[in-house]
Design a protein around this ligand. Structure first.
Ligand code: CO8
Length: 259
C-alpha cells in the first residue's frame, strides 16, 4: 500500500515513522489510520529495523482524529470504524521493538493517544498535550482512558480527561506523561540517538522485555510473573544469550553486539 500521509524512512537500522499531513495539523483521518496500521506491520516485520522513532515533523505531532471527518459519522459508521481507529494505535503499541515518540507542538486527542502508544516520549519545550475529546462531547477512543491513567495515575488522568485542558511540556514531564523535555530542534535528533542505542542490542530480549512489561500491566501480578518466567526461559534458547554471557565472561560487561 502506498502511503500519502505516513512516511517511513529507515537509516542505520532505525525507522522513522512520520505523520505528514501538515494542512490538517496531522489529523488522523481514516486513511491515516490505515497507513499507520500498514507501517506498523512493516516495521514490526523488517529485520533491518531495530528501533523506531514516531514523529510528526517540526511543527505538530498530531491534533487528534480528523474532527471534520468524524463530524459526519453516525453511530453505525463509528461502530464500523472504531476498531480500526483503536487498532491503528494498538498496532503502534504492539511493535515488538523500542519505540520513542518525538513530540513537537500539539499532541491532542488521538495524537496524545498515539504518543502514549510509544515506549517513551521526548517532548519539545513548546509541546502541548491533552485529551480534549470531552469538549467535543465525546471521549477518547484510541486508548486515552486506559493508557493515560497507567502513565500518570487515575486522579491526574481524570483531571485531564474531565476538563480536556491542555498540558504544557513542563507539567507533562512533572506528571510522567513525557519522559524528557528538550529544545524543539533537539527532540528528533535525541529521539534518533535513543533509538540508535538498540541497533546492536539483543532483539529477542528487547521484544521479550516489552511484551512482559506491556502484557504484565494488563494482567494480575501472578499472570505477569508467569509471562516473565516464560520469556526468561525462552531467552536461553536464543543465540543472543550465548553471545551475551560468553562476551561477559571473556571481555566484561556491555561489550557484546548482537545480530
Ligand atoms: N481534525 C481536523 N482538522 C483539524 C484538527 C483536527 N483534529 N485540528 C486542526 N485541524 C485543522 C483546522 O481545522 C485548520 O484547518 P483550516 O486551515 O482548513 O481551517 C488547520 O488544521 C489549522 O488549525 P487551527 O486554525 O485551529 O490552528 P490553531 O493554531 O489556531 O489551533 C489547535 C491549533 C489548538 C490544535 C486547534 O486546531 C484544535 O483545537 N484542534 C482540535 C484538537 C482536538 O479537539 N483534538 C481531538 C480530536 S477528537 C479525537 O482525537 C478523538 C480520538 C478518539 C479516537 C477515535 C474514536 C473512534
Amino acid at each position: 500500500m502506498s502511503s500519502e500521509f505516513v512516511q517511513l524512512e529507515v537509516a542505520d537500522s532505525v525507522a522513522t515513522i512520520r505523520l505528514d499531513r501538515p494542512k490538517a495539523m496531522n489529523a488522523i483521518s481514516l486513511q491515516v489510520q490505515a497507513e499507520l496500521r500498514a507501517v506498523a506491520a512493516e516495521v514490526s516485520e523488517r529485520s533491518d529495523v531495530r528501533a523506531v522513532v514516531l514523529w510528526g515533523g517540526e511543527k505538530v505531532f498530531a491534533a487528534g482524529n480528523d474532527v471534520k471527518e468524524m463530524a459526519d459519522m453516525s453511530y453505525t459508521d463509528m461502530v464500523d470504524h472504531v476498531e480500526g481507529v483503536q487498532g491503528a494505535v494498538t498496532a503502534i503499541a504492539r511493535i515488538p521493538k523500542p519505540v520513542v515518540a518525538a513530540v513537537n507542538g500539539y499532541a491532542l486527542g488521538g495524537g496524545c493517544e498515539l504518543a502514549m502508544a510509544a515506549d517513551v516520549r521526548f517532548a519539545a519545550e513548546n509541546a502541548v498535550l491533552g485529551q480534549p475529546e470531552v469538549l467535543l462531547g465525546i471521549i477518547p477512543g484510541a486508548g486515552g482512558t486506559q493508557r493515560l491513567p497507567r502513565l500518570v495515575g487515575p486522579s491526574k488522568a481524570k483531571d485531564l480527561l474531565f476538563t480536556g485542558r491542555f498540558v504544557k511540556a513542563d507539567e507533562a514531564l512533572a506528571i510522567g506523561l513525557v519522559d524528557r523535555v528538550l529544545p524543539a530542534a533537539d527532540v528528533y535528533p535525541e529521539a534518533l540517538a535513543w533509538a540508535a542505542r538498540f541497533v546492536n542490542a539483543a532483539p529477542y530480549a528487547l521484544r521479550a522485555i516489552k511484551e512482559s512489561v506491556d502484557r504484565g500491566l494488563e494482567a494480575d501480578l501472578e499472570t505477569g510473573l508467569q509471562i516473565e518466567r516464560q520469556h526468561f526461559a525462552a531467552a536461553f534458547a536464543t543465540e543472543d544469550s550465548t553471545t551475551g554471557m560468553r562476551s561477559f565472561i571473556e571481555s566484561g560487561p556491555g561489550k557484546a553486539t548482537f545480530e
